[in-house]
Design a protein around this ligand. Sequence first.
Ligand SMILES: Nc1ncnc2c1ncn2[C@@H]1O[C@H](COP(=O)(O)OP(=O)(O)OP(=O)(O)O)[C@@H](O)[C@H]1O
Length: 317
Amino acid sequence: MAPVIEITGLTKTYKSGLQALKPIDLTIGKGEIFALLGPNGAGKTTLISITCGIVTPTAGTVTADGHDIQKDYRAARSKIGLVPQELTTDAFETVLATVSFSRGLFGRAPNPAFIEQLLRDLSLWDKRNDKLRTLSGGMKRRVMIAKALSHEPDILFLDEPTAGVDVELRRDMWNLVRGLRDKGVTIILTTHYIEEAEEMADRVGVILKGELILVEQTATLMKKLGKKTLTLNLQEPLAAVPPELAEWSPTLKAEGNELEYVFDSNLEKTGVPSLLRRLSDLGIAFKDLHTSQSSLEDIFVSLVHKDRAGDRTGAAA
Ligand SMILES: Nc1ncnc2c1ncn2[C@@H]1O[C@H](COP(=O)(O)OP(=O)(O)OP(=O)(O)O)[C@@H](O)[C@H]1O
C-alpha cells in the first residue's frame, strides 16, 4: 500500500513544558482506515492538529501525499479534510453557503452538483437554507463533516467523530466512512469507543501519554492480545472458589452459578484441560461451558490499567 501520511520523529512539548508527544513514527497507507485510540489527554488531538498543520511540532516531520506539512503547507493541507472535535460554525451562515465557501477556501472551482450530493449523503439537503445557529448539535456535526469533505480531500481526519452523537448519526457516519474508503480516501479517526475501531479500522494505534505504544492490524491485535474467557455453568452453585482452584484464579459469577476463568488463547498451555480435570477430581459438575474472546475494549482497558498501575508512585497526572 503506497504511503499517504508519513510521520517521522514527531514530538510536541507545549509552552507549559508538558510533553504531549514523545517521538512518533507512523506511516499510513493510501485507502486505509486507521484508528487512533487513547484515553483523554493521551495526545490524539495534538497528533492530528500537527498533521493538519494547525499546531507546530517541536521536532520531526509530517508529509501528506509527499508534501511537507510545514514547508509545503498549502499543497499538503489541500489533500486533507479535518473534522475537529469542537463545533466551530459561522452561526449566521446557511448550510449551503458555509459548505460551498469551505470548498472555495482550498482553491477548488465551484461544483454545485458535488455539494448537493454531499449534503444529500449527510441528510443535510433539506436544511441547506437553514442558518447554522438554528441547527441541533447533531446537524451541526454533519455540517462540520460536509465542510471537511467540500474540497474532495484524499485524506480525512475525524477527531472523535461520534463523541456525544446519537445512534443515527453514528450509523450514517460509519456508512459515509465506508463509502469514502471505497473511493480510495484514507481515513484517520480518533476515538475512545473501541467498538468503533474494531468495526471500522484496518489498523489501530494505541496512544498513551504521548507515546504510540502499539500499532497493529485490528485482527492481529485481537488475536495477539485477545484473552479468552471460559464460563462454566455449574450444576450446583458454589459459595466460594475452592482453594484447590487457586492456581487458575477463577471467579464466581451469577450468585455462584458460574465459574469464570480468563486465559491466554495463544499460550501452549491454556490451563483449560487441567482446570477441567481438577474440577472433575473435586466433584464439581457443570451443565454447560462456553468461551468468549475479549473485545478490543477489554484489551484497551487492560492496557490503560497496566499503565496506571505503573504510575501510582509517580506524580499526579
Ligand atoms: N495548547 C495547549 N497547551 C498546553 N497543553 C496542551 C495544549 N493542548 C493540549 N495540551 C495538553 O496536551 C496533552 C494531550 O492533549 P490532547 O488534546 O492532544 O489529548 P487527546 O488524546 O486528544 O485527549 P481528548 O481525548 O481529551 O481530546 C494533555 O495533557 C493536554 O492537557
